[in-house]
Design a protein around this ligand. Structure first.
Ligand code: C2E
Ligand code: MG
Ligand code: MG
Ligand code: MG
Length: 280
């Protein structure tokens, strides 16, 4: 019987693993052609300053609509793109598209709206990144201050010397740097004083139960107070209710992003959102 069980277990795992690999292979091959097939798009989620009480910019978030597989979440395809190296051409497409969209907002408003894009740690290590950003910024004719790069703690701690010099080069150009998902990494906090950063994005996992969980409130409070001392801006992610917004404001958080203020919007709707916000 043991033998039988063993064989069943073995069969079960192989079929599960085959399904898992099949899905990965399918997605990876499809992703290879996603750019040329026009299956990618960006949605833009508005960011709101609690201090200035106004729209200050948008985060660009990647969407992949496959003709047969439907909408695939970045949570599934970004890790895949990172493993296969596809995140390099994908990331280039994101930068180019987001900057072109941001440039088109110049005709809507003189407001210094920022566009934030997510940089994968793989992109961060790519030797040509700075040259790429320089040439795309030049082509867009936008001031560098309008582009914000979101990086995670892990991108910085892997090779601190490289990170420090790259972040210095970004700062010299006037680019803005935000630490995404702040508080979820395992790194020491010493990088906060060592690296040229502008903003901490308080991870949504601390915001979710902010009203009911005293520990989450203590953590958010500590992040805000530390950011303040280090002269870094703070923005809370995943703000879904007016009550969360009010508490964050009370705690001294500078800005919010989340479904409460606005969901991620296709480019055309983001333009309408800008116009509507400027009128009120
Ligand atoms: P992230 O950069 O931390 O983005 C925030 C995620 O939270 C987004 O998920 C956004 O749609 C979602 N979100 C925003 N407001 C709320 C809210 O009020 N409640 C909840 N529950 N969620 C909210 P999304 O778009 O699925 O992206 C997931 C992750 O995929 C991003 O996390 C980012 O790490 C990655 N990603 C997205 N676009 C890109 C990209 O262009 N390049 C790279 N390298 N990564 C990307
Ligand atoms: Mg982000
Ligand atoms: Mg985040
Ligand atoms: Mg995240």
């Amino acid at each position: 019987r043991a033998k039988e069980n063993g064989r069943n277990t073995y069969c079960f795992f192989t079929s599960e693993m085959q399904r898992y690999h099949a899905r990965h292979l399918l997605l990876e091959n499809a992703l290879r052609r996603a750019i040329e097939n026009n299956e990618l798009s960006l949605v833009y989620q508005p960011q709101y300053s609690l201090q200035q009480q106004k729209l200050t910019g948008f985060e660009a978030l990647l969407r992949w609509q496959h003709p047969e597989l439907g909408l695939i979440s970045p949570g599934e395809f970004i890790p895949l793109a990172e493993r296969s190296g596809l995140v390099i051409p994908l990331g280039e497409w994101v930068l180019k598209t987001a900057l072109a969209e941001r440039a088109s907002w110049q005709q809507l408003t003189p407001a210094p709206l920022t566009v934030a894009i997510n940089l994968s740690p793989i992109q961060f290590r790519q030797p040509g990144l700075l040259t790429l950003i320089d040439s795309l910024l030049h082509a867009s004719q936008l001031p560098a201050e309008m582009l914000e790069l979101e990086i995670t703690e892990s991108a910085m701690v892997e090779d601190p010397a490289h990170a420090a010099s790259l972040l210095d080069a970004f700062r010299q150009r006037g680019l803005r740097i935000a630490v995404d998902d702040f508080g979820t990494g395992y790194s020491s906090l010493s990088y906060l004083k060592r690296f040229a950063l502008h903003k901490l994005k308080i991870d949504q996992s601390f915001v979710r139960d902010l009203l009911s969980d005293a520990d989450d409130r203590a953590i958010v409070q500590a992040i805000i107070s530390m950011a303040h001392s280090l002269e870094l801006d703070t923005i809370a992610e995943g703000v879904e209710t007016a009550a969360q917004q009010a508490l964050l404001q009370q705690l001294g958080c500078q800005a919010i992003q989340g479904y409460h203020y606005g969901k991620p919007l296709p480019a055309e709707q983001a333009r309408a959102f800008i116009q509507q916000q400027l009128q009120t």
